[in-house]
Ligand binder design. Sequence first.
Ligand SMILES: [Zn+2]
Length: 156
Amino acid sequence: MKCPFCSGKDNKVVDSRVSKDSTVIRRRRQCLDCGQRFTTYERVEALETYVIKKDGSREVFDRNKIKSGMLKALHKRPVPVTEVDEFLDALESSFQEQGLREIAVSKLGEAVMEKLRQLDGVAYVRFASVYREFRDVREFMDELEEVLAARKESSG
Ligand SMILES: [Zn+2]
């Protein structure tokens, strides 16, 4: 955080206060170069991630939608629901750690496919027919072939 007086980059926090509704933290900082004080505000950012579809349109990432797709694929398979929840928890926290605000539907599909492949081969194959983001199975297969071709290339 640059000092507004001398553009120095080193400063120390001399006071922190949380707003009444706890959504903003106000910090008084003192520049270590020139000694002037200035104020910064820290807010929680809305952490929605958007899914970019093939036609370029976007929609808010919907955990429940992904979950229900995965659970359909896993129907009557010997995989506990907690596995799916843990995967989605990890996926969502990876969005937030990377500050990822947008993800291509193909990338999202690939992450889900990869997880299903680890969990259960039958569910992995079934996923083709329940994954609504793909217009039809043909499109899914094209996508899958691309993914597999890319893997083959990258592994030599
Ligand atoms: Zn300064």
